[in-house]
Design a protein around this ligand. Structure first.
Ligand SMILES: Cc1ncc(COP(=O)(O)O)c(C=O)c1O
Length: 403
C-alpha cells in the first residue's frame, strides 16, 4: 500500500459540488441521501440502509423501531461511549449493564444471559474499538428470549466474523460518521437492517413521523405536500436526517473505504508487534474467525507495574502522540450515579435488575471496573504511513525504557 493516502479524496469533493450545484433543491436532483443509502446497503449486502444525522440518533431510532417502550429493559455494556445507554434512556427505557469479557473487552454473552428478565426487550452489544461483538452467541440468547439485537458498530466498520461483515448477523446495526470514525463526514450515521418493518419504523421515527416516507424512501413528494388535504404525520418523530452534504462525503468515502480500513489495520498490527513483546501490556484479544477493524488499538496496561500516567507521560516525552484512556464506565458517570436522568427514572420499576442494584453504583460490572483504569487506546488513523512508523519507533523506545 502506498505511504500517503488521502482521507478525503476527489470523489468526496465531486459529490459535494454536485449537491451545491443543485442549490439543495430535491427537484433539481439533490438525491445524495438515496444514493449513499443504496451504496451502503450494497456494501453490507443488507436490504435497507437508513441515514441519520449521527450515530446517537441512529440508536434512538433503532431502539424505538424494535418496539422498546417506557420501562422496558435494554441490556448494554458499560465500557463504551455513553450514547449506547443514552439511546435507551431517550426511549424512556432502562439501561441494564452487563459486564464485559476480560480479553475481548466486548460485552460478555454469559453476562447478558444473567441480565435477562421478563422486562428485557433488546440487547445492544457494542463492537468496541473495532472488534466485532460476539453476534453469533448474542443472537442465540436473543432468539431464546425473543429479544431484538441492535449492534452499536460506531467503532467497527468492515470488521468480520467468519467472513460475515459485522452488523449483518443482527436485527439492526448502527454506524457513526463522526470525525474520528473509519468513514467520516464530520457527523453522520447509518442503520442497516434486512427487516422491512424495522426499516419503515426507523425511517418514520427519524423523519418527523411522515406518513409518506418508508424503508426505501427518505423524502415526501412535492405532489403530496401541495395537496391541502394531505396529512403528513402518522406518528411522532424526530428530524434526524443526514444532511445532503454529509451524504455526498460518505458516498465518496465508500469508494475508497477499503484503503481507509486497511490503513488502520496495518498501523495497529505494527504497534501490536512491539506491544506483544511485553507481558505487562495485553492488547485486545481477537478470537478465531474475528477480524478487528481497529478504530483504535486498545491495550490493557498492568498498572501495578507501570502507572497509567507514567506510561502516557513517558510516551509523550519521547515524542509519542496522545494516548486516550477508556471512557468512564457509563453507569458511574455523575448523571447515572446521581440519577440525574431528567425525570426518566419514573419509568424504572424497582428492582430493575435481577442483581437488584436499586441504584447505578460500583460493583455492577466488576470486570469492566477493573479494565477501565488500565486501558490505553492508541490512535490508528495515520494517513501518512511514515508518521505511523515514527510512532512505532517511539513506542518501541518507550517500552524498552519502562520495562
Ligand atoms: C460506541 C459508540 N456508540 C455511539 C457513538 C455515537 O456516535 P455519534 O458521535 O455519531 O453520535 C460513538 C461515538 O461517537 C461510539 O463510539
Amino acid at each position: 500500500m502506498k505511504s500517503l493516502i488521502k482521507r478525503i479524496g476527489e470523489s468526496e469533493k465531486k459529490y459535494v459540488s454536485e449537491v451545491l450545484d443543485t442549490d439543495f433543491r430535491s427537484s433539481k436532483g439533490s438525491m445524495m441521501m438515496t444514493r449513499v443509502e443504496q451504496k451502503f446497503a450494497e456494501l453490507f449486502g443488507a436490504r435497507y440502509a437508513i441515514s441519520h444525522v449521527n450515530g446517537t440518533a441512529t440508536l434512538h431510532s433503532a431502539i424505538a423501531a424494535a418496539g422498546v417502550e417506557a420501562g422496558d429493559e435494554v441490556i448494554v455494556p458499560p465500557l463504551t461511549m455513553s450514547s449506547t445507554a443514552f439511546g435507551v434512556l431517550q426511549n424512556n427505557a432502562v439501561p441494564i449493564f452487563a459486564d464485559v469479557d476480560e480479553r475481548t473487552f466486548n460485552i460478555s454473552p454469559d453476562a447478558i444471559r444473567n441480565c435477562v428478565t421478563d422486562r428485557t426487550r433488546a440487547i445492544i452489544p457494542v463492537s468496541l474499538y473495532g472488534l466485532p461483538c460476539d453476534a453469533v452467541e448474542i443472537n442465540k440468547i436473543a432468539k431464546e428470549y425473543h429479544l431484538a439485537v441492535i449492534e452499536d458498530n460506531a467503532e467497527c466498520f468492515m470488521g468480520k466474523i467468519d467472513g460475515n461483515i459485522a452488523g449483518t448477523l443482527s436485527d439492526m446495526a448502527s454506524f457513526s460518521f463522526q470525525s474520528s470514525k473509519h468513514l467520516t463526514s464530520g457527523e453522520g450515521g447509518m442503520i442497516i437492517t434486512n427487516n422491512e418493518e424495522y426499516a419503515n419504523k426507523v425511517r418514520r421515527f427519524s423523519s418527523l413521523g411522515y406518513a409518506g416516507v418508508g424503508a426505501m424512501k427518505g423524502k415526501i413528494t412535492k405532489k403530496d405536500i401541495q395537496n391541502p388535504d394531505y396529512e403528513r404525520h402518522c406518528s411522532m418523530g424526530w428530524n434526524y436526517r443526514m444532511p445532503e452534504i454529509c451524504s455526498a462525503v460518505i458516498l465518496g468515502q465508500l469508494e475508497h473505504c477499503e484503503e481507509l480500513v486497511q490503513r488502520r489495520i496495518e498501523v495497529a498490527n505494527m504497534f501490536r508487534t512491539e506491544i506483544e513483546k511485553y507481558s505487562w501490556l495485553i492488547p485486545q484479544y481477537i478470537p478465531d474467525g474475528f477480524e478487528n477493524s481497529y478504530w483504535t488499538l486498545a491495550v490493557q496496561l498492568d498498572t501495578k507495574k507501570i502507572g497509567w500516567n507514567r506510561f502516557r507521560d513517558k510516551f509523550i516525552e519521547n515524542g509519542g502522540d496522545g494516548i486516550y484512556s477508556a471512557w468512564q464506565l457509563t453507569y458511574l458517570e455523575p448523571m447515572f450515579r446521581d440519577m440525574a436522568l431528567q425525570g426518566r427514572e419514573v419509568f424504572f420499576k424497582e428492582p430493575f435488575n435481577i442483581y437488584n442494584p436499586k441504584r447505578y453504583e460500583k460493583g455492577i460490572c466488576p470486570i469492566a471496573e477493573k479494565l477501565q483504569p488500565r486501558m490505553l487506546q492508541f490512535k490508528t488513523n495515520y494517513w501518512d504511513f511514515t508518521d505511523a512508523e515514527k510512532q512505532a519507533e517511539i513506542l518501541k523506545k518507550t517500552l524498552k525504557e519502562l520495562d
